[in-house]
Design a protein around this ligand. Sequence first.
Ligand code: 5GP
Length: 122
Amino acid sequence: MRSYDDQNIFAKILRGEIPNDTVLDTEHTLAFRDIQPQAPVHVLVIPKGAYVDFAQFSAEASDAEVLDYMRAIAEVCRLEGVEEEGFRAISNAGRNGVQEVPHLHVHIIGGRPLGRMLQPAS
Ligand code: 5GP
């Protein structure tokens, strides 16, 4: 299991050291707009706990954290108005997943047609 680096940028956002454009703030979850949006809607949903990626969170988080996180994702989709037209939920992990920030985040992306999920490998 990868160890958690508490100097990552999302840990700093959670500590209030770096500002963010908050969409939703719940007991265990924070959702905020991506600083470099890839579509009209691009929100990052992160747990407040120290989890590196989706696998670690799913394995180790408490029931309350998991429930809060999943419900927060649903609420972000509702707030951003992407439920009807559709969206993509992406969580990159590790080197092969090209994860830039080592604190679990799900990208909620929508507001335009997104094309196919992956390009064929070159
Ligand atoms: P990853 O590649 O790890 O899945 O995605 C990391 C995301 O975090 C990128 O989409 C990037 O634009 C976003 N990001 C990086 N630094 C910041 C920041 O300081 N604030 C916000 N709101 N987003 C950030």
